[in-house]
Design a protein around this ligand. Structure first.
Ligand SMILES: Nc1nc2c(ncn2[C@@H]2O[C@H](COP(=O)(O)OP(=O)(O)OP(=O)(O)O)[C@@H](O)[C@H]2O)c(=O)[nH]1
Length: 305
């Protein structure tokens, strides 16, 4: 058929892969770019086959419905511009494609013409950008010296826990931790050893806490923990373990390293908690621990005002 040959020639000069199918979803024309895009060598491997040959099995039924719906619409205007789907290559590998679909009529019969673009590289770029953004987000929430969560991550988590307490009455405890006499270590042994001590402390606090607890470094020699779902007794049990583990860890060293801690339990549904007041009372309790001899835990009192 003359029209057929002309269209076939035309499809060869356009810069996209293209196919034409009839209303029974049979491929009646494909250009060579489409043949190679889907990993075939000859057009005749595709011509006469159902469109399904280019699609993953999981979407065959859905596509049949789409094709029926497409042909039932009479209007002859471009459809599905930029529509993305997964194609199946001859070797069964998948390929992300973008198609533009349109009605065409030859010898009074309706057909669908599809221009197909390989969007795999777009997808890969998108995935790469998404991964990089995620990595950046993780880095932005990480303390670089210790690998723990940083102050920002701690505050974000605290905000989430305050919200969960308000909406689901889920209690939690927060602890403010400060190294005792850390300045002496820095002044005596230098900043580098000081950094190593901070890393070791981070490791011990993390090891002493539960997997579900958040451990953060929130300042120079300041750490903080959040114990989601914990009663005051649960939190005290964990923190006392941390305190003892640290004393043991440094028992062999030339210098003692101990922690002063202020813990604040949040679980009273009648109180309205906010980040600033929780941190203030926990910090105050930690300061009391310092004043009363260091290497101990003090409990913060949260009042209604
Ligand atoms: N090595 C190191 N030192 C730091 C870092 N950030 C802060 N510091 C030091 O941490 C020390 C904090 O000291 P302070 O908390 O003021 O006092 P302290 O000696 O711990 O005494 P108390 O808190 O009263 O027990 C200072 O010497 C800071 O220079 C850091 O990233 N690395």
């Amino acid at each position: 058929m003359k029209t057929h040959r002309t269209i076939a020639e035309l499809l060869e000069v356009i810069p996209d892969a293209a196919l034409i199918m009839n209303r029974s979803s049979e491929l009646v024309l494909v250009n060579s770019m489409l043949v190679s895009m889907f990993g075939y060598q000859q057009r005749r491997e595709l011509i006469g086959n159902k469109l399904d040959i280019l699609l993953p099995a999981a979407v065959h039924m859905m596509h049949e419905k789409h094709v029926a719906a497409f042909f039932s619409r009479a209007e002859n205007r471009p459809m599905g511009k930029g529509f993305e789907f997964l194609g199946r290559r001859k070797d069964e590998s998948m390929i992300h494609v973008e198609i533009m679909l349109s009605h065409v009529e030859f010898d009074g019969e309706p057909f669908a013409i599809a221009f197909v673009r390989d969007s795999t590289s777009n997808k890969l770029t998108e995935d790469k950008i998404r991964r990089e953004l995620e990595q950046e987000r993780v880095l932005a929430l990480t303390d670089h010296l210790t690998g723990l969560a940083n102050r920002r991550a701690f505050v974000e988590e605290l905000e989430r826990d305050i919200e969960l307490l308000r909406t689901q009455e889920r209690q939690f405890a927060v602890c403010f931790i400060d190294l005792d006499d850390f300045k002496i270590i820095n002044d005596t042994y230098g900043h580098e050893i000081g950094d190593e001590v901070l890393q070791q402390v981070a490791h011990v606090v993390k090891a002493g806490c539960r997997a579900s607890d958040l451990v953060a470094r929130v300042g120079g020699d300041e750490f903080a923990t959040i114990h989601a779902g914990a009663t005051l007794e649960d939190a005290m049990h964990v923190l006392e373990r941390v305190r003892k583990m640290l004393v043991q860890e440094f028992a062999e060293h030339h210098w003692p390293v101990t922690l002063s801690m202020g813990v604040c339990h949040c679980g009273d549904a009648n109180l309205s908690y906010d980040v600033a007041s929780i941190l203030r009372v926990a910090d105050k309790a930690m300061y009391e621990a310092k004043q009363q001899g260091k290497n101990q835990i003090k409990i913060a009192r949260v009042s209604a005002d």
